[in-house]
Design a protein around this ligand. Sequence first.
Ligand code: ATP
Ligand code: FE2
Length: 317
Amino acid sequence: MICLGIESTAHTFGVGVFDGKARANEKAVYRTMGGIHPREASQFMCTHAAEVAEAALEKAGIGLGDVDAFAFAQGPGLGPCLRVGAAVGQALAGYYGKPVVGVNHCVAHIDVGKWNRKARDPLVAYVSGANTQILGLNGGRYRVYGETLDIGMGNALDVFGRSIGLEFPAGPAIEKLAAKGKKFHFLPYSVKGMDLAFAGLVTAASKSKIPRADLCHSFQETVFAMLVEVSERALAHTKKEELMLVGGVAQNKRLGAMLSQMAEEHGAKFFVPENQYNADNGLMIALTGWKMLRAKVRQGGLKTNQKWRTDEVAIAW
Ligand code: ATP
Ligand code: FE2
């Protein structure tokens, strides 16, 4: 079965082709100086949808008529952006008379990581722009052991980055500057039980007069340590033997090193997927859609859902 998956939750319009193997993973990414403007991002997607789909089909060496099923990211995400992928996916499936499934974006981040690194049953630190959750599969659902109470860690990095003049997304530039930082300065560290809060830290760092490299270093060490603390407690509680870091922020090498060290101290294996699968991408949607269809799973309806939580999805694949 050849499944074509469409990602369009926020800044990336991605198209992936999966048939048990990865055949294509193409994308166009919306960049901006401010935050993401939902209408402008969705306009960007409309403009680039056809060329990204064409590139993916060419990479996979197939035509649209060869596709057996379509999948699109149904949520969570920005409404106008979600509707672009939903419209494209449903229109193509309707035209070719093929099945179509809506995929949960967060579950797709986890599925693609497990597939990429051959992880079996990991505790997952899912850290991206809009999301920050510690998750583990238990009784057919990903349970949330801890999560952010305000913004996602990637958003925290991006908003702080904007305050020091960095372009969106700011994560990669902060990582580079942080590597040059030497002196650690204390910044607000906010862990509440198993949950995290970033807003106070962002405000304090944005107003700080600390030199840029030291500030980026201190910011990273602080947010990453908060995540390691709750992940460690979740690992001890669940006794999972694997820890996997996924999502856009998982591309950060320092975060990977900190979590990896913690996992090692608990005798757990540590995984982090390749960058192309951590950043938003179409292949992860194609892969989860493929798994759902193979397991004959259909989530209720095809309406987009901006606030679709990871723990609301019954995992039957
Ligand atoms: P989600 O819907 O899963 O929240 P998203 O729309 O935020 O996804 P992703 O591609 O998963 O998109 O994540 C983007 C985030 O990852 C941005 O906030 C960006 O700054 C951050 N990021 C990317 N590279 C790095 C890096 N090297 N270090 C830290 N953060 C990074
Ligand atoms: Fe994402």
